[in-house]
Design a protein around this ligand. Sequence first.
Ligand SMILES: Nc1nc2c(c(=O)[nH]1)N[C@H]1C(S)=C(S)[C@@H](COP(=O)(O)OP(=O)(O)OC[C@H]3O[C@@H](n4cnc5c(=O)[nH]c(N)nc54)[C@H](O)[C@@H]3O)O[C@H]1N2
Ligand SMILES: Nc1nc2c(c(=O)[nH]1)N[C@H]1C(S)=C(S)[C@@H](COP(=O)(O)OP(=O)(O)OC[C@H]3O[C@@H](n4cnc5c(=O)[nH]c(N)nc54)[C@H](O)[C@@H]3O)O[C@H]1N2
Ligand SMILES: [Mo]
Length: 762
Amino acid sequence: MATKECIGKSSKAAGGWGALKSVGRQLIGSGQPVSGARTMLSANQPDGFDCPGCAWGDPEHGSSFEFCENGVKAVAWEATKARVTPEFFATHSVSELKTWSDYDLEYQGRLTHPVRYNPATDHYEEVEWDEAFAEIGAALNALDSPNCAEFYTSGRASNEAAFLYQMFVRLYGTNNFPDCSNMCHEASGVALTESIGIGKGTVRLEDFHAADAIFVVGQNPGTNHPRMLADLRAAVGRGAKVVVLNTLKEKGLHRFSDPQNKLEMIRGGSLPTSTDYFCPRLGGDMAVFRGIAKTVFAADDMARAEGRPPILDDAFIAEHSHGIDEYRTIVEATEWSLIEDQSGISRAEIEYMADIYTSAKSVITTWAMGVTQHRHSVATIREIASVMFLRGNVGREGAGLCPVRGHSNVQGDRTVGINEKAPKPLIDAMEKELGVELPREPGHNVMHAIGAMLDRSAKAFIGLGGNFARAVPDSALVAEAFERLELTVNVATKLNHGHLMPGTKSFILPCLGRTEMDKNSRGEKQIVTVEDSMSMVHGSGGINLPAAPTIRSEVRIVAGMAKATVGSDVVDWDGLADDHDLIRDMIARVLPIYGDFNTQVRQPRGFRLRNGASFRDFKTTTGKANFGVSDIPSATEWQMAQTKDATFILQTFRSHDQYNTTIYGMDDRYRGIYGARNIVFMHPDDIASLGREPRDSVDVIGCHDDGIERVARGFVLVAHDIPRGCVAGYYPELNCIVPHETFGEKSFTPTSKSVTVRFEPH
Ligand SMILES: Nc1nc2c(c(=O)[nH]1)N[C@H]1C(S)=C(S)[C@@H](COP(=O)(O)OP(=O)(O)OC[C@H]3O[C@@H](n4cnc5c(=O)[nH]c(N)nc54)[C@H](O)[C@@H]3O)O[C@H]1N2
Ligand SMILES: Nc1nc2c(c(=O)[nH]1)N[C@H]1C(S)=C(S)[C@@H](COP(=O)(O)OP(=O)(O)OC[C@H]3O[C@@H](n4cnc5c(=O)[nH]c(N)nc54)[C@H](O)[C@@H]3O)O[C@H]1N2
Ligand SMILES: [Mo]
């Protein structure tokens, strides 16, 4: 393994020639460099497809083609020439494929035929579509109760596919909708609904061009939202402050060299993407924002006493907010010593951040998994919102809250009804539309689904995309539970480990990807729609020929399963599947926020869904923006670990060469890692305190105290600039030690960024 154990040793900036080289490799590796390049030029164009890479917004004016290395990887990975055919399955048994790596499985290429597992031979074998649907329908209808089936969604599914899916599942009789967002931004949804009355962000892309300060908390855009870097560096360029809070010194958040800027590329230049950078301990962000709030209140008192203009936005607070007195009381009761210990950031540094905050007229705060995957994530996001309310930084130009979503349509899937909580207005409207009663009792989220699989009450799993069994915590336990199920069905573009844990009856159903053309029975091109992090809905139509003539769109596959399970008396599944306009008409009848959906989505950049909070119409219980009411944790996981010998807090995150469980390659260029994924980043003094050397091989032991042994074997220690007591490593390799029983309060999100671990020699 070649590791360069310091980010300073690789090139100084993110992007640049390194990114271009990597793109060239991806396009050549896909086997079709020329058509691959043409495909790329259609990404995020008005008449092209939505890039499946991430949910960052597209500009509303001008060409939106923005170079993004990881967008190219996502597209090239899908547009590969390689194919997984029935012959492939005839050659390789499931037992053999289980021993392959995540990378090797997906690298085999696109799935071409529906296949069914044959337990007698241990091979997947080709099956006719209608036969597969009939068997799936029969198996679902044979279950004791619809609540024994889990219907998972991953956030690439289009609005049309997701809407049909929820209609099918509810007609079948359950609200069991475990969704990838349960493991992702659920805390943002819960917290923002409480704080501002909508579980979404309030900003538009244009706001980034008008903000005076942007706080970027717990996210790594250089890898996961690369197009965001261009907006950050433009902000720095025009004099705005960009303050980063990240446990690690991520390179993309320092400097970015824009591969689209020819002069810059020739000169080898780069520009900063931030002005200030702080590295809190894992889970320490709520304490930081609490400290900012303390400073703001104190500064406001002082200003008023001295007859200067107040710091607080009195008008916003009086007219639009609720609960400031209670909030002020808990803020003032929080001791600085606790804030400093929990965050690892000094009072002086926090006061400096507060000064940036109060000096800026308009502030945006963005965040992602470094904030959402902790026990107290909901309280942390409410704290962020409260700090923003103090100066009215919500619902006006250049200001607002911005959870940066993960999957390209995870937000849209929720909007069209993938929600285990069965919201009353949605169910009322669906019942009116369909003229039948639908289930109203809440169903399963991911945590509940795992519980049901482990206690054997779940009997069937249907996955609309994704890789449930690898993406969840306690992945080793879940893998065993999967094979005990009576039915497993995976709608997928590529082979992954989740397909290799077949239940008694098991199917893989191959679907079209975003880049591919979808035509109906009359030869008319169909488009789908997606919603980005800024509530913009746009159309997406592929340009490539389908990977094989035998594969079907997700919409057709969902319709096929639905027809075979619940019949066509209530819904004309074939008719809907053949004309996506009819699905959109139905969505708009059930969810009036879509307005004249079919017309609006054909406007060049689509349209924005109504988002009351972005113009200060707060649909909360009080009708106002609600200040938070939580104490900061009395001790974070990091603080608790300090009381035990040689115990660390692990965050599990993404390398530069992966898309969730999809591994594109073995490098993590910006962190100086080449050719390896089984590694643990640790502070050099911590390595020494364990009596070890960098590059020693260790076993990572999960310390959750429930009698279950959790070990990940053979990980290499890499010295890194990371707070002491905090360590980091890659998901999904480490998911076997993330316990499923520790999850976020109110969000049920696995605590993937605060896993208590210790180390033993390997
Ligand atoms: N290329 C690519 N793009 C992607 C994805 C991908 O895998 N690959 N995944 C997509 C998905 S589904 C999602 S949800 C997003 C994920 O986007 P990110 O949230 O950026 O994903 P992570 O890799 O988990 O990175 C977490 C970041 O938060 C920091 N961090 C961790 N814990 C803490 C903490 O307690 N406090 C602070 N302040 N920082 C912390 C880590 O150091 C790291 O920089 O990206 C989406 N886009
Ligand atoms: N330890 C730890 N665990 C985590 C996280 C973490 O940070 N740490 N992050 C969590 C997060 S934020 C998320 S969102 C989840 C992600 O969990 P998932 O969304 O379940 O996982 P992915 O890896 O994105 O799914 C990859 C698979 O999706 C299929 N696929 C790709 N494109 C398409 C398509 O267009 N249609 C269909 N039907 N299938 C397609 C391919 O077969 C591919 O193998 O993981 C979570 N798990
Ligand atoms: Mo995500």
